[in-house]
Design a protein around this ligand. Sequence first.
Ligand SMILES: [Zn+2]
Length: 143
Amino acid sequence: MCLICERNELSKQGENPFLIKEFKHSYFVVGDHQYFKGYSLLVLKNHVEDLTDLPSHIQAEYLAEVTRAAKALKNFYGAVRINYSCLGNFVPHVHFHLFPRYEADLVDDRTKNPWHCIEDFKNFTLSHSEASEIVGQLKGLLV
Ligand SMILES: [Zn+2]
């Protein structure tokens, strides 16, 4: 079972403190670190390795879920944009990383790729209680 499937199992059982919302095709979860405030993920429920392996109507519905989550993040955090990252190189299970970006963070370098900051992510790791607090705040926006 892949790392994401293991986490999804916790979400399914109601035991994932990082779970913000369950959508039809995905789980919206707060990220393990908050180097970028509001960093979250939209992980597909089923183990599918690539977007192209999904039927087109599910691709569209999943993208709508990604967009709904992104809107909530923009509204809640006041981010100027969301950077979307769907790579699958490390864990080949379809998921989008949503990195809220802020004017202050972009002002010096608008080309800065969030992954270039990966070395610093570990310094912004969330505890379960901090994750629960964020989850509580965001849940209300997505009823
Ligand atoms: Zn998986």
